[in-house]
Ligand binder design. Sequence first.
Ligand SMILES: [Zn+2]
Ligand SMILES: [Zn+2]
Length: 258
Amino acid sequence: MLVDSHCHLNYAGLIEQQAEILARARASGVTTMLNISTREREWDAVIATAEREADVWASVGIHPHEADDHPDIDTARLVAASAHPRVIGIGETGLDYYYDHSDRGRQQASFRAHIAAARETGLPLIVHTRDAEEDTAAILTEEMGKGAYRGVIHCFTASADFARIALDLGFYISISGIVTFKNAKDLQATATTLPGDRLLVETDAPFLAPVPHRGKPGEPAFVADTARFLAGLRGETDEELMAGTSRNFFSLFDKAAA
Ligand SMILES: [Zn+2]
Ligand SMILES: [Zn+2]
């Protein structure tokens, strides 16, 4: 068992050769993929892939980069779209102050609408955060006070302090191919301290191809390389890490396990 907890199968670079990409993922032992949406106009296509492929699931959400293009996104539309049987998560959402592609106030409002949808549906929230640790932690904590919800910090690159806050809120943490990069020493150190029952792995394909595939477009097959690297780092066998992260995926995304 091996799960890619976050990929974009409908993005340019993967959509043109989706059948081959899926075949290569299965050949490298990937048994489940979560196909993530980032814009409302792509929800139908992302869900359609999950309807067609038994090992692919879908999320609905608006990426923080796209917040300006979705000024009227509300909780009700997210809740309605997530009722589809193949939709198992809300996101990706969050805050990206590195690129600042959207107004920060709009990013925050969209983030809160997604949290409300996660709370209302019980589906996990998929959080993207970059150069925005302080506001992300503040919003997650404040919203948790209004009523419980669950989720994952995807493509984790933040500090050990932020990891602690997220774990204390009950969040899972998903590690991408970035952990295999030579200059990712801090992330590698943090990754060894994360509790084994809260850990997920992902590609974020078509982005972030891990070593030894750097320079190529990422694809879900490469989650095996990240999993093996992480197992070595944590002193676990590949099998332990792959089975553990798969188990964690289904305990968080329990609509897929039902
Ligand atoms: Zn992201
Ligand atoms: Zn993503």
